[in-house]
Design a protein around this ligand. Structure first.
Ligand code: NAD
Ligand SMILES: O=C(O)C(=O)C[C@@H](O)[C@H](O)[C@H](O)COP(=O)(O)O
Ligand code: ZN
Length: 354
């Protein structure tokens, strides 16, 4: 696997301040802004203190957590930019996990109809997935990423050094999107993820594996930025996964995005076996591995209607059909797969009985 096919604006570097300085100096004094949230502010900003001071970067932060990926937080940041004289020639630096980079990208894309932004992802999930590819947005009306725009960041600086403070659950959450990348596009990536030790994190090896995951994400984005076609592959596990995530959040049992994606992939691997001939033995092996590592969000048949209703809001749907992305084998994806309500309920039975 090669990383040479990655977009030139995706930079891997442990010297974040040096890389960021090259960008910041291209923007006028007084027009440099930084958005972060509580935890990365404490853990990651200290190494940028000198740069912030030298270049007069104006810093603001919002509260962390998925419930703050909201219009209220967006308003706060718009207000900060407006009061401090941001304009179309300004730069917004987003430093944080996927919640922050999704929201910060949306704020920058909509403020005065768009200002430049760069992402410095600080979680595994944001480094392999959320900070890349220009899906920006917020949750609305109980639905994930209901409001947003496609708009790519001017640059993404990936510093794997930031990951040393990530807790186990958030590590696994990011790992889930890497598993998805292996399943949809790259059997070798899948194999390396299966043999990587999750008990004893080897950070040097991780950097290489992250780069392989970034190649998969970036390939889909470069080929179909606005998700008309092959980018739908990156949404594998998300039709059911977002339904689990929204349902969990609003029933007071929140789960991390990556866990929801794993539970969604379990449902959609079952559908893959039924609709696309995905191997039954592999379905059993992968399901047991995922169950062992990620556990389960328990559901009963009385939850099915609510989960199904949430799936009807998925952005891939067309003409009243729920359009799944499925796989016929590891690395072979099939987009726009229509499944009946009956079959979806059967897949939820499979998940529930695991
Ligand atoms: N735009 C996309 O393509 C895309 C892709 C995947 C996921 N997402 C979105 O990303 C979000 C999930 O991202 P996430 O998992 O990064 O969540 P997150 O941003 O909420 O971060 C997870 C937790 O890690 C903390 N954190 C951040 N940096 C840290 C660090 N260096 N050390 C220790 N803790 C740190 C945060 O404060 C938070 O508590 C969801 O909203 C999901 O919908 C978007
Ligand atoms: O980049 C993409 O395309 C993805 O679908 C990546 C997903 O991991 C991510 O969770 C994305 O935010 C989902 O987008 P949505 O369009 O289903 O809201
Ligand atoms: Zn995702």
């Amino acid at each position: 696997m090669t990383t040479s096919k990655i977009h030139s604006n995706i930079i891997f570097s442990q010297k974040v301040a040096d890389e960021l300085e090259k960008i910041v100096k291209q923007y006028p004094v007084g027009k440099r802004f930084l958005l972060t949230e509580e935890t990365p502010r404490q853990l990651c900003l200290p190494q940028l203190e000198k740069l912030i001071e030298d270049y007069g970067i104006q810093v603001t932060s919002i509260a962390g957590g998925e419930t703050n990926k909201s219009i209220r937080s967006v308003e706060k940041v718009w207000e900060f930019l407006s009061k401090n004289g941001a304009d179309r020639k300004s730069l917004l630096i987003n430093i944080g996990g996927g919640m922050l980079t999704d929201l910060g990208g949306f704020v920058a894309s909509t403020f005065k109809r768009g200002m430049a932004f760069v992402n410095l992802p600080t979680t595994l999930l944001a480094q392999v997935d959320a900070s890349l590819g220009g899906k920006t947005g917020i949750n609305f009306n109980g639905l994930k990423n209901e409001i947003g725009v496609f708009n790519e960041p001017d640059a993404v600086i990936i510093n794997t050094g930031f990951l040393k403070t990530i807790d186990d659950q958030n590590f696994l959450s990011g790992y889930a999107e890497m598993l998805k990348h292996g399943l949809i596009k790259n059997p070798a990536h899948w194999d390396e993820l299966m043999s990587y030790s999750l008990e004893n994190i080897d950070y040097d090896a991780l950097q290489e594996i992250i780069a392989h995951s970034v190649v998969v994400k970036d390939w889909h984005v470069q080929n179909d930025l606005t998700e008309k076609n092959i980018r739908k592959a990156l949404n594998f596990g998300h039709t059911a996964g977002h339904a689990f995530e929204s349902y969990a959040l609003h029933s007071g049992r929140p789960i991390l995005h990556g866990y929801a994606v794993v539970y969604g992939m379990l449902v959609e691997l079952y559908l893959s076996a039924k609709v696309c001939g995905f191997d039954q033995n592999q379905l059993q092996t992968i399901s047991q591995w995922m169950l062992k590592v990620y556990g389960k969000f328990d559901i009963t048949p009385s939850d099915y209607d609510s989960l199904y209703e949430l799936m009807t809001h998925d952005k891939k749907n067309e003409g009243g059909r729920i359009n799944f992305t499925l796989i016929s084998e590891i690395g072979q994806v099939a987009i726009n797969q229509d499944c009946s309500k009956e079959l979806i309920f059967e897949a939820l039975d499979f998940y529930r009985e695991l």
